[in-house]
Design a binder for this molecule. Structure first.
Ligand SMILES: [Zn+2]
Length: 163
């Protein structure tokens, strides 16, 4: 076969080069990202870009797992009341608390009324300023189980779509 990259008439191999399958010689294989075809367990042949994409997706899922490990605590249902009660305990006005954490008074009002879900950053700032926790541990085990099932379902669905 003729190498589709350098034009040499030699033994070539179908490789993925910049997103397209090309017949390339041994010398040009260094430009390839991988073999163009992959046999799956079921004997099906899929192009590597898809395999790569699935692999990448798997990696992204892994990242999400790390994230969810850190979020076994959720924003407390009564975070607004917690902020308000603690602020009053500390004899701070909404304005004083706002100044203390470099926020606008309106932000404090919104948080206390639970009109606004504070960002993680704001949450941390409030927790430090007030010396309280505005999060609570997630006790409902079923939630994480169904999340797991949902994730798996997504992945399987994607596989079916591509096959
Ligand atoms: Zn070549």
């Amino acid at each position: 076969m003729v190498c589709e990259l350098c034009g040499k008439e030699v033994r070539t191999k179908l490789m993925m080069v910049e997103g397209a399958p090309l017949n390339v010689c041994e010398g040009c294989q260094k430009f390839a990202v991988g073999e163009a075809v992959v046999k799956t367990e079921t004997g099906r042949v899929i192009a590597t870009p898809i395999a790569d994409r699935l692999e990448m997706r798997g990696r992204r899922m892994g990242t999400r797992d790390i994230y969810s490990q850190g979020s076994d605590k959720m924003l407390a249902d009564d975070y607004g009341a917690r902020v308000r009660d603690r602020r009053r305990q500390m004899s701070l006005t909404q304005e004083e608390l706002a100044k203390k954490i470099n926020e606008k008074k309106s932000v404090i009002i919104k948080v206390e009324n639970q009109d606004m879900r504070p960002s993680d950053k704001l949450l941390g700032t409030l927790e430090r300023a007030l010396g309280i926790s505005l999060k609570e541990a997630v006790e409902d085990v079923d939630t994480s189980t169904s999340k797991e099932a949902f994730k798996t379902g997504m992945t399987l669905g994607d596989f079916i779509k591509y096959e």
